[in-house]
Design a protein around this ligand. Structure first.
Ligand SMILES: Nc1nc2c(c(=O)[nH]1)N[C@@H](CN(C=O)c1ccc(C(=O)N[C@@H](CCC(=O)O)C(=O)O)cc1)CN2
Length: 282
């Protein structure tokens, strides 16, 4: 492997240790992250469990609200409303996806902007678009942290983000385009003509389409930074959007899957929770 490995597990641990120190210096106030999980999807349960474990390591408290898969829209919204009104809760996270039949949009929009540690409400996304301060979604933030940590040049770099989800692709494209980061960003998606040629132009490639190993070595410019956000579960285990072994021979930097952007999502969620607590006067 010639590429530098961008290790999300070690950067997550570093960030969480830093948060623990800051919270201790604040006199260890009860900074509370509340999670809402509807249904019994295995991976979602694991992610939520991990969020609680890491919150504890950062010196935060956390609270979990689990609802059955057949919960109604009204029941889910009632839980979020209660958390929104509770002054002891600083951050609210509704684990996605919600089961079929539930509409996430009205649920998310019940979260007050200052408690929106996932950065997914209309208000938070609007602030991101308008370049105003606000909480930003966690995986895109995690990608920026990795680029920064590994000193990947971004100013004037060509970045291609494959995937246009509101969870990752869209906010990440906006962040990469921001002043101070200054990449020239292309958003690519399933209808992009000649995807290989588009990706080959990029100094920074982000795979966020959820298509197993779709980014192959022949699509990657030598020396590019390649960030994998896609997760596909195959018989061989968890596979990302990047054909890791072959791309690692061409790229300058690469994230592993697992161990890259996933852990960073949780680290940035906890950073957002501390920011949210401060916004609420703690
Ligand atoms: N409300 C949200 N829902 C979802 C988000 C989100 O940011 N907010 N992102 C994903 C799931 N997710 C966090 O919620 C998440 C995904 C993956 C990991 C992670 O650490 N993965 C490990 C692999 C472990 C495994 O998948 O079994 C890794 O990459 O090393 C953490 C969090 C969708 N929903």
């Amino acid at each position: 492997m010639t590429a530098t490995l961008m290790d999300g597990n070690s950067l997550r641990d570093e960030i969480i240790a830093g948060l623990a120190t800051q919270i201790e210096q604040m006199g260890s106030p009860a900074i509370c992250l509340a999670t809402v999980l509807v249904g019994d999807d295995g991976p979602s349960q694991r992610y939520v469990k991990s969020k609680h474990k890491k919150a504890g390591e950062a010196g935060m408290v956390s609270r979990h609200h689990g609802l059955d898969a057949d919960a109604t829209q009204e029941e889910v919204e009632a839980v979020v409303r209660e958390l929104a009104d509770d002054p002891s809760v600083h951050g609210i996270l509704v684990q996605l996806p919600l089961p079929d039949g539930l509409d996430p949009e009205p649920v998310l929009d019940l979260i007050p902007a200052e408690k929106d540690v996932d950065g997914l409400t209309e208000r938070s996304m609007g602030r991101l678009v308008r370049n105003r301060p606000g909480l930003v979604s966690c995986t895109p933030l995690g990608v920026l942290r990795l680029l920064e940590k590994y000193s990947v040049p971004t100013s004037g770099a060509r970045a291609v983000v494959v995937g246009r989800s509101t969870l990752v692709g869209l906010p990440l494209s906006l962040l990469l385009n921001r002043k101070g980061v200054d990449a020239t960003v292309t958003m690519a998606h399933s209808r992009t003509a000649d995807m290989a040629a588009v990706v080959r132009e990029a100094d920074i490639v982000v795979g966020a389409a959820g298509q197993a190993r779709m980014i192959t070595a022949d699509m990657v410019k030598p020396g590019a930074a390649v960030i994998d956000v896609g997760v596909s579960r195959t018989e061989a285990g968890i596979v990302g959007d990047v054909d890791f072994d072959a791309v690692a021979e061409v790229a300058g930097w690469i994230t592993p899957m697992p161990g890259g952007t996933g852990p960073m999502t949780i680290a940035c969620l906890l950073e957002n929770t501390l920011t949210a607590a401060r916004l609420q006067g703690l």
